[in-house]
Write a protein that binds this ligand. Structure first.
Ligand SMILES: NC(=O)c1ccc[n+]([C@@H]2O[C@H](COP(=O)([O-])OP(=O)(O)OC[C@H]3O[C@@H](n4cnc5c(N)ncnc54)[C@H](OP(=O)(O)O)[C@@H]3O)[C@@H](O)[C@H]2O)c1
Length: 295
């Protein structure tokens, strides 16, 4: 396939490029210097459309986003420009060249107050500016491109970039004591199997809304405990120097859903689900870090 990736320098975007390159797809990486999504004007639209046409792109991944969840409370216009209007511009340019778009969204589109995981048929109720801007992006993309995948993901970690995993390990290695949320329910998701899942989904060609995360659920506190146990088992001890606290003890500018677990119902029903349990993914990631001497 001939594929373009926006946000190719981000955590997920880099892994998508690796996955696509390793399968022999022709990849065009597009970063902020080429298309700045905070200015989704006619000029940006034509520039993007022409780049996609010149590459003869069949598929466009949008892994670019304004991802500062708390910052979006201060800079809501910027969040909506990038995550809503910028995403729409990508979808329109993709449609104009007859390609398909795979737009990445978030578990945060749900309120998070139900007891079971959210599937694709549950109604979104985003709280906070980042969540509302991402939800707006989903709608606009689905309207602007006839061949659109919108895939909600959550709890990402992997090599490069800052995320819960990298921040926690860095602080533990610096000897800091941590307080970690033991209440919010999440599905920590390694971006390597996620990139594999996204490419497999797009190759299959059933457009629409999907959820894609590692399987099972846990809290960030229990994830941190498991991480330390597995690291110790693999011969790289990390100190268990953290305590579990309630969400209310860790105030943030933007609200987080208490239930942030996604049911990947449509991938499962279509026989396309390849995401591993979160525990297996965590072990795989730790082994990868050890193989590159990064832990
Ligand atoms: N990380 C998570 O846990 C998580 C959870 C749920 C959903 N998601 C979604 O997953 C997707 C990928 O997230 P990620 O963690 O890979 O994000 P990330 O590491 O923060 O990368 C975001 C990418 O977007 C680019 N970008 C930001 N503003 C831009 C702009 N104005 N114009 C062009 N590019 C811009 C960044 O470019 P620069 O490199 O130039 O900054 C970067 O390459 C996003 O849609 C995000 O909303 C992530």
């Amino acid at each position: 396939m001939r594929v373009a990736v926006l946000g190719a320098q981000g955590l997920l975007g880099r892994h998508l490029c690796d996955e696509l390159n390793s399968h022999g797809h022709a990849v065009l990486s597009l970063d902020r210097a080429i298309v700045d999504l905070s200015t989704p004007d006619r000029e940006s639209f034509y520039r993007l459309r022409d780049r996609l046409a010149a590459h003869d792109a069949h598929l466009v991944f949008n892994a670019a986003a304004y991802t500062d969840v708390d910052g979006a409370e201060r800079e809501s216009d910027k969040a909506f420009l990038v995550n809503a209007l910028g995403a729409e511009m990508i979808a329109r340019a993709t449609d104009a060249v007859g390609a398909a778009v795979c737009h990445i969204s978030t578990d945060f589109v749900f309120r998070g107050d139900q007891q079971r995981p959210y599937d694709e048929f549950d109604l979104p109720d985003p709280q906070g500016c980042y969540a509302r801007s991402k939800r707006a992006g989903e709608d606009l993309v689905l309207r602007a491109c006839r061949r659109a995948f919108v895939v909600r993901v959550g709890g990402l970690y992997g090599r490069g970039g800052r995320n819960f995993f990298s921040t926690m390990v860095a602080r533990l290695q610096q000897g800091q004591s941590l307080r970690i949320d033991r209440c919010r329910q999440v599905s920590p998701t390694w971006v390597r199997p996620l990139a594999h899942q996204l490419v497999a989904l797009c190759e299959h060609g059933e457009y629409g809304m999907y959820h894609a995360t590692c399987q099972g659920q846990t809290s960030w506190f229990a994830f941190a405990e498991t991480l330390c146990h597995v690291a110790n088992e693999l011969g790289r001890p990390l100190p268990l120097r953290f305590e579990g606290v309630d969400t209310s003890a860790l105030p943030t500018a933007a609200p987080r859903p208490a239930m942030s677990v996604l049911d990947c119902r449509l991938l499962r029903l279509r026989g396309l689900l390849t995401m591993p349990p979160w525990e297996d993914a965590l072990r795989g990631y730790l082994k990868e870090l050890l193989a590159y001497n990064l832990l």
